[in-house]
Each structure stands twice: as structure tokens, then as C-alpha cells.
Design a protein around this ligand. Structure first.
Ligand code: ZN
Length: 431
């Protein structure tokens, strides 16, 4: 058994212009006390001599030293008064990270654990023996400084606007991205017109002049804001939402209806097949199937389509629509294809499909715009998936600003993120 015994060693600490005046051990924690080492600095306004007006104290968590669980720096600092102009100034603490209650060294460790090692706020807080709020606020402070240093984004040609649920369908947020460069441009709480409108005054006028098209869901409040703020801009119904609506409003409902009627008929085998087929019905198979599991899935899908004529029609109609969106880059051909599609939907006599076509006919202009501004579905889908992952990591927190800044950072190109990060930490290197 080894016994520990207390020693005094001279160690180097990044505490300029303060000096260590006392150390104390309390249980598992090490407490270090600091006081100013030099003369009071001159008045920042007139440069004259200052006198000591008042003492203040602050506690900062610092990186662990030796075997102690926690290290706390207690810093005494001065409020100074100018003997000439009477103004007050507060002594700077250069090793304090922004407005937080940790030293810059510890802040850097916290941020690195959160970002490079994919730690959650909770796991990092536990590891450092800090509260959840402290860790979150340190990272928030860091992201704020990062964002302040970021350059204004380049003017985009095509934008996408979309809403996403922040808290299990209760609260929504609005996200605008530069579709070509996959950069988030704007995030705002809420999904009403008033939550989207401020986007159009966020940047310079020049910025908006370049936007030729805005892709979106059929959300009427978003499109009315674009029409109002950028009258010449084309609105595009994007693939992602067309298909999402098709799944929700047509396929899912027809599947539910078919399932119930199979049950009534006593065809339990067919009903059972449909019960868990939601994902399979939405699956897009590659043109040439090579994987064994894809063959099996396709065969199962074919059986379901043989069982239900309506499902068969709906899947074929979806494939037609996908083909139009994927391959049609000519407005006239798109127009022809779209009107054929609508006629076929009407003639299908399937109520869900007819209703879908009836709603979408009102959006014909926006659908045809897709031929001029083909926006790959992957961009919006990719963004939404990234946000979902972040939501999971950040599970449980209600701080919108922090959540949004994390989204903003997640979409930053990694090189820019690195450069900005070096700038933030570089600011503190001077001490
Ligand atoms: Zn002065």
C-alpha cells in the first residue's frame, strides 16, 4: 500500500498577471487562491492612474491537477477608479473563458471532448465533475465566439426552407439552407410566416438578388413570404416532400385499408404481410439488383402487389412520379408527364390517390419548376438526418439557442470549422 503525503512543488500555471498566494486541499478537491501580481492598470479612458475601489472574487473550474478530483481557482480581482475622470474599470482576467466560470484551458478540454470524441454534455459533465449547465454554457460560449468570427456566407442560387420538430411534434423550427453548398443560412424557432420573414433581412440586399429558386414543402405560409420578399424567385416543390406526402397520404392509408379488408375476409396471411410492410413499400430498388436480400424483398413486395390491386397501382404511380422528378429536365415534357400522371390518378378510382392528385394539381407551377431547378432530394434529407442525430445527442435540453448553434456548426465545412476554432483559442494565447 502506498501512502500519499503532501508536498510543495513549484509548478507553472497560466495565471498571468495574477499570482498564486495560497493552496488548500478540501477532501478530494484542490483549491488555489490568486491575487493580482502587479500595479493596477491605468484608466482605459484617459490613461491616468487608478486607485483601488473594491475587491471582487470569482471561482473558476480549472483542469485537474495531480490526483485531485477537481481543481478550483479562486481569483481576487479589483474594480478600479480613475483619479482623474472618475470612471470605473474592472481588472481583466485573461485566463477566464469569456463570461463562463471556467479557465480557458478547461474550456478547451471540454469543447474538444464534446466535438472530437463525440461526448454528450452529460458524459463530459460527469467526467469533469461539473454540472450539466456549466458544461453546456461553456460550449455555448465557444460556439458564440466561433459564430462571431465566421464570414458572411456566399450568396446562394438555390435555397431550401423546411420545418422540423424540435420536441416531439410540439415545437417547430424553420431552417433555410443553401441547397448547392449544403450550408445552413438561417434557423428560427417556430414555423409560421413571422418566423421565416426575418431571414430576408439577415444579410445584405446583394445576397438575396442572386437567389433564383426556393424549394419547399407545400407550406402556404413559407411560399407567401418568398412571393412577398422575392417576387421574381421561383418556388419549387421538391422531391423529398412530394414523396413524403405520397407515403403519408396515399401509401400508408391504402395499406391500412387493404390490411383491414384482408382481416375481414379472413385472409390472415396477406394481412400479416402488410402489417410490417411500411418500409418495404417505400423502398427504392437499384436498377440492377445484385444483393440477395434485395431479391427477397422485391419478391415479397411483388406478392403484396399481387394480393392488392390498389397497392399495385399506387406503387406503380409512385415509380412514375419518381421517374418524372429524376429524369425530366425539360419543362414541356414535365408538363406532359405531369398531366398524364394526374389523369391516371383520377381514373384510378382510388380515393387517397385521387385526393393527392387533386391537392397537387394546385401546385402544378411549382412542380414544373423542378424541371428548371432540379434539386437533389439527398440534400434536404441529409440535413434532416443530421439534425435528428444532433437531437439525440442533445436529448433533453431546452436551450434553443444552443441547439441551433450546434446545428449551425454541424453543417460548417470542416476546414472552416478548424480555422475558426484556431482563431477562438488563439485569442487566449497571449497570456
Ligand atoms: Zn480616467
Amino acid at each position: 500500500m502506498l501512502n500519499y503525503c503532501q508536498q510543495n512543488i513549484r509548478i507553472i500555471l497560466p495565471c498571468e498577471p495574477f499570482k498564486l498566494c495560497k493552496d488548500e486541499i478540501d477532501g478530494d478537491d484542490l483549491h488555489l487562491y490568486f491575487e493580482p501580481s502587479g500595479e493596477a492598470s491605468p484608466c482605459p479612458t484617459c490613461g491616468d492612474k487608478t486607485t483601488n475601489h473594491k475587491w471582487r472574487k470569482i471561482e473558476l473550474d480549472a483542469p485537474r491537477t495531480g490526483l485531485h478530483k477537481k481543481t478550483v481557482w479562486h481569483v481576487d480581482y479589483r474594480v478600479l477608479r480613475c483619479s482623474n475622470c472618475d470612471c470605473f474599470s474592472t481588472e481583466e482576467i485573461p485566463f477566464r473563458f469569456g463570461g463562463s466560470h471556467v479557465t480557458t484551458d478547461l474550456a478547451k478540454e471540454i469543447c474538444s471532448r464534446l466535438e472530437n470524441q463525440n461526448g454528450t454534455v452529460k458524459s463530459v459533465a460527469d467526467d469533469f465533475g461539473l454540472s450539466w449547465y456549466k458544461v453546456k454554457n461553456v460550449h455555448k460560449e465557444y460556439l458564440k465566439q466561433l459564430k462571431d468570427l465566421a464570414p458572411e456566407p456566399e450568396a446562394p442560387e438555390i435555397c431550401s426552407v423546411d420545418e422540423f420538430a424540435v420536441e416531439k411534434n410540439h415545437r417547430y423550427a424553420t431552417l433555410v439552407i443553401d441547397t448547392i453548398n449544403k450550408l445552413p443560412l438561417y434557423l428560427h424557432q417556430g414555423n409560421a410566416a413571422k418566423d421565416f420573414r426575418p431571414f430576408f433581412s439577415e444579410f445584405s440586399t446583394k445576397f438575396y438578388r442572386k437567389i433564383k429558386a426556393f424549394s419547399m414543402d407545400q407550406n402556404a405560409s413559407y411560399s407567401s413570404v418568398v412571393r412577398e420578399c422575392l417576387p421574381k424567385c421561383k418556388i419549387v416543390c421538391d422531391y423529398f416532400h412530394m414523396m413524403k406526402n405520397y407515403t403519408d397520404e396515399v401509401l400508408d392509408k391504402v395499406r391500412g385499408r387493404a390490411y383491414r379488408s384482408f382481416r375481414l375476409e379472413g385472409n390472415h396471411e396477406a394481412a400479416e404481410r402488410l402489417k410490417h410492410a411500411k418500409r418495404l413499400l417505400n423502398k427504392r430498388f437499384p436498377d440492377e439488383i445484385t444483393k440477395e436480400e434485395d431479391w427477397e424483398a422485391k419478391a415479397l413486395l411483388q406478392t403484396m402487389m399481387d394480393d392488392s390491386h390498389e397497392l399495385d397501382v399506387c406503387i406503380h404511380m409512385r415509380e412514375m412520379l419518381q421517374d418524372l422528378y429524376d429524369n425530366c429536365r425539360d419543362r414541356d415534357r414535365m408538363k406532359e408527364g405531369w398531366s398524364t400522371w394526374c389523369r391516371m390518378a383520377k381514373e384510378s378510382r382510388i380515393p387517397e390517390l385521387m385526393r393527392y392528385a387533386k391537392n397537387k394539381v394546385l401546385k402544378t407551377e411549382e412542380i414544373l419548376n423542378h424541371a428548371d431547378f432540379p434539386i437533389t432530394s439527398g440534400v434536404i434529407e441529409g440535413c434532416m438526418n443530421k439534425i435528428k442525430v444532433l437531437k439525440r445527442v442533445a436529448f433533453g435540453f431546452r436551450d434553443f439557442d444552443y441547439f441551433f448553434m450546434r446545428i449551425w456548426q454541424a453543417f460548417l465545412p470542416s476546414e472552416l470549422n478548424r480555422n475558426l476554432s484556431n482563431m477562438v483559442w488563439g485569442k487566449y494565447q497571449c497570456y
